[in-house]
Design a protein around this ligand. Structure first.
Ligand code: SF4
Ligand code: SF4
Length: 122
């Protein structure tokens, strides 16, 4: 569930407001988004993935709000950590580039056999 927007990091691009599928954010008067409907959050992490400055924290705890402190999240390397984990952002390795899961074999067997570094799971 979305828990925090860092006012210090936010550059007011409104991307999170636009990409949220359940309209959780309102655009704040100062340009910093406000978590207006936290209960509608689907814990999809899309907003955190899109935030260009790692200003958002979505907790993996989907059912209940979790009290968080920004300083603690920063200290633990959690603010914007989902974006980092999936490799979005300059200089990061995209998750797709290191994923060797052989799902392509199941979707398209011929391509899967030709695919570089793709292994078949039986
Ligand atoms: S985690 Fe998904 S549903 Fe929740 S605020 Fe972010 S984009 Fe919206
Ligand atoms: S995506 Fe990040 S920088 Fe842009 S408005 Fe949302 S919190 Fe701020």
């Amino acid at each position: 569930m979305i828990e925090l927007v860092s006012e210090d990091r936010c550059v007011q691009c409104k991307l999170c407001v636009k990409v949220c599928p359940t309209n959780v954010f309102d655009a704040g008067e100062d340009g910093i988004p406000v978590i207006a409907r936290q209960e509608d959050c689907q814990t999809c992490f899309v907003c955190e993935a899109y935030c260009p400055v790692d200003a958002l924290y979505v907790s993996p705890q989907a059912d209940l709000p979790e009290h968080v402190e920004e300083s603690d999240l920063i200290e633990r390397g959690l603010l914007g950590s989902w974006r980092e984990k999936i490799g979005w952002g300059p200089g990061r390795t995209k998750l797709a580039a290191i994923d060797t899961t052989a799902f392509i074999d199941r979707i398209h067997p011929v391509f899967g056999k030709q695919g570089k570094g793709i292994h078949t799971i039986r």
